[in-house]
Design a protein around this ligand. Structure first.
Ligand code: ARG
Ligand code: ASP
Length: 685
């Protein structure tokens, strides 16, 4: 009886429909979700989201730069994304005289907009299910090549559900993109790394660009004669604001999720990989932070490095907590037991899990070595420089060309480099690498080199006492005899070996992926009630949910909307990340919010950020947040750190994405930037 009851309970929880609001859906198949979306407050049709025949919302969404999302908000190619997505471009355009990162930038006319060399945005022309063609034997590369026919077109065929389906994506890439506006970092990056992944949040994480095109509206190289690109569709902007319970939809390019991996993979992430990476990064961050606290110049030099090391470091901590709290390993194991019972009499599926487990035993070891190598030795800056100069040398046509490019890249490196920090990191990371490498894995030549100097510490001191690569007058002609280059060369075979296991994630290693394909097919045959969606892979997706707070801790509810009152509460001229512009203080003192005022709780203020239940991931930064009428209400930029396990398991009670309220964006453009003319080309509702 008890057994039966447990079984019923298991079935009840595993076979219920997918968690509310979980999922990143393919736009061309959104028709399958539209009923649910409408029930939750969406007022438009599937054709409005994605259409092959007419303009649809997808024409207003772009992939911005390498890994972010952006959206058009005017018929003149005006584009919004995050400040942290525009950061590299803003930095690239900055100089000592024009520090746009610190001070912000506002073009007060089209002529003042700044071209960003190298920056591109890509629009999805169309997507198409090509599974049958692939199954009939056509090559993915041929299909893609045949589809990339227009100006600036690029196409790729992407596997979905571990290769059970294949979709063709055709993009058009525009390459004249100009910076129009960016708030000062004290707004755009308000709270810095301290507030990163955190709620309550008060970051005005937006920047504004404009896409330009040739006479014919097609992609063109930069020219002052280019015209603003006229998108087929842009978003109207809602100024009505949001409240708890409102429908939200996110349209963007999430990068990497692994929702269907087995308990083996989750256990590896939660118990081996994440803890190792967190631990090594804690050591690096401690060394960097200590040096930053002592020297303002070093603080600036290492700000961006610190931010990028800390970003994933914090994310992984939330992921581990989340996976443990959800007991994902245990629940996946139970799910697999159920599956195995179902598969027992099906010859094509019955050995799947056992085979997968064998493959994982091997794959996990290789994957760990790769991760350890990257996180430990990869953190030693001088070693990475030596390695990239060696590669440069092997590719350069002659010594003169090499010397020139090596000098340039060395100079770039030295701008933001502290040898004192790097030496400390090298001591720590080399020791960690040796300690954590599996038996017999350390290259013999490395062991010999270390022994020759009498131990790890002595070896690292020898490297830094003798290398010339860390000094300003480094001569590229001496590269090969430099001790740092010698170490790089010792590690080359290992690096090459690792490059072979450079897969996107733990379920994408060929050895295990061969089992995931039938496993995924079997899951869909077996678990009929579950609403499956393909894992994120930087292709365009729709996620929908609602504005919602959550219970952060026992008795502690986090409201879903923040306001500038919270900015003022955190304001501190002595802390770099919390030192807001004087103009914002003045506006607050006068309560001079004009049309941007709104009622927040019992007071009049300006809304800044909001939480919602959308399933998002890295790559969704900059994504448009859309209300039920298809109007823009915010720009997505983050999640709370305790929800980051959503890349593996989504928990509707905890998982929240963080967006900047579009009214705060407009307020900053208007009142801080003095660029209200930009509002005139938007459709404000
Ligand atoms: N956590 C966000 C994301 O993963 C924002 C990162 C940028 N901000 C920062 N303070 N490092 O990209
Ligand atoms: N901040 C992330 C990004 O840059 C978004 C996320 O991971 O939630 O895409």
């Amino acid at each position: 009886m008890k057994k039966l009851f447990t079984l019923l309970l298991l079935c009840a929880c595993f076979l219920t429909p997918i968690h509310a609001d979980e999922g990143m859906w393919l736009p061309s198949l959104i028709g399958e979700r539209i009923k649910d979306m409408k029930r939750k407050g969406f007022k438009l049709s599937a054709e409005d989201i994605y259409s092959i025949n007419k303009a649809s919302m997808k024409d207003a969404v772009v992939q911005f730069g390498g890994g972010c999302t952006g959206e058009f908000v005017s018929k003149e190619g005006l584009l919004l994304t995050n400040h942290h997505c525009g950061y590299g471009s803003i930095q690239q355009l900055s100089s000592v005289e024009h520090d746009y990162l610190t001070d912000g930038f506002w073009a007060l006319s089209r002529e003042q907009e700044l071209p960003v060399p190298g920056l591109t945005v890509s629009l999805l022309v169309k997507m198409e299910d090509v599974t049958e063609r692939i199954n009939k034997g056509e090559k993915a590369a041929d299909i893609a090549k045949a589809a990339a026919t227009g100006e600036g077109y690029r196409a790729s065929v992407e596997p979905m559900y571990y290769g059970n389906q294949h979709f063709l994506f055709v993009y058009q890439t525009y390459r004249d993109v100009r910076l129009v506006g960016a708030p000062p970092s004290s707004i755009g990056k308000f709270g810095g790394d301290t507030d990163n992944w955190i709620w309550p949040r008060h970051t005005g994480d937006f920047s504004i660009f404009r896409v330009y095109a040739g006479e014919d509206n097609q992609p063109a190289d930069y020219s002052k004669d280019n015209k603003p690109y006229q998108p087929k569709r842009h978003f109207a902007v809602s100024t009505k604001g949001v409240k708890e319970g409102d429908f939200t939809m996110i349209y963007g390019f999430p990068g990497n999720t692994q929702e269907y991996v087995t308990s083996d993979a989750v256990e590896y992430v939660a118990e081996i990989s994440d803890p190792m990476k967190i631990d090594l990064r804690t050591q690096r961050l401690d060394i960097i932070s200590a040096a930053q606290a002592e020297d303002v110049a070093v603080r600036i030099q290492y700000a961006s490095k610190h931010a990028s090391i800390a970003n994933a470091w914090k994310k992984w901590q939330g992921e581990v907590l989340g996976l443990r709290r959800l007991q994902t390993v245990e629940s996946k194991k139970a799910y697999e037991t159920e599956f195995a019972a179902w598969a027992a009499d099906k010859p094509e599926y019955k050995d799947l899990l056992a085979n997968m487990s064998v493959s994982y035993d091997k794959a996990k070891k290789e994957y760990f070595v790769r991760e350890l190598f990257n996180e430990s030795l990869g953190g030693i800056e001088a070693l990475s420089l030596a390695n990239s100069l060696l590669t440069m040398k092997s590719r350069a046509k002659d010594a003169e060309i090499f010397a020139k490019s090596a000098k340039a890249s060395h100079a770039g490196f030295m701008k933001n480099y502290s040898v004192a920090i790097d030496r400390k990191i090298a001591h720590a990371m080399l020791a960690e690498f040796l300690k954590r490498m599996p038996e017999g894995g350390v290259p013999e030549a490395l062991t010999a080199a270390i022994e020759a100097k009498g131990g790890v510490a002595a070896y690292v001191d020898y490297l830094y006492d003798n290398t010339k690569i860390t000094s300003p007058d480094f001569d590229p002609a001496t590269l090969e005899s430099d001790p740092m280059a010698e170490l790089a060369t010792i590690l080359t075979p290992m690096r090459q070996q690792i490059a072979k296991v450079a897969y996107r994630n733990l379920s994408n290693i060929p050895d295990v992926e061969q089992w995931y394909r039938p496993y995924m097919r079997a899951l869909r045959e077996w678990d009929k009630e579950r609403a499956f969606y393909p894992d994120a892979n930087f292709t365009l997706r729709v996620a929908y949910g609602k504005v919602a707070g959550y219970e952060y801790a026992d008795g502690e509810y986090h409201n879903p909307v923040t306001s500038i009152d919270g900015i003022i509460a955190k304001d501190d001229p002595n802390i770099y990340d919390y030192n807001i512009p004087q103009s914002l203080r003045d506006i607050y003192a006068r309560k001079d919010y004009g049309r941007w005022a709104s009622q927040i709780g019992d007071r009049e203020s300006v809304a800044v950020c909001f939480l919602a239940t959308n399933h998002t991931s890295g790559g969704n930064s900059g994504s448009p947040v859309i209300n039920g009428k298809g109007e823009l209400i915010g720009i997505n930029f983050d999640r709370t750190w305790r929800s980051t396990m959503s890349d593996i398991e989504f928990d509707p009670s905890i998982c929240r994405n963080i967006s900047v309220d579009i009214r705060y964006v407009l307020f900053v453009v208007d009142r801080i930037g003095g660029a209200s003319y930009l509002l005139e080309e938007m459709d404000l509702k």
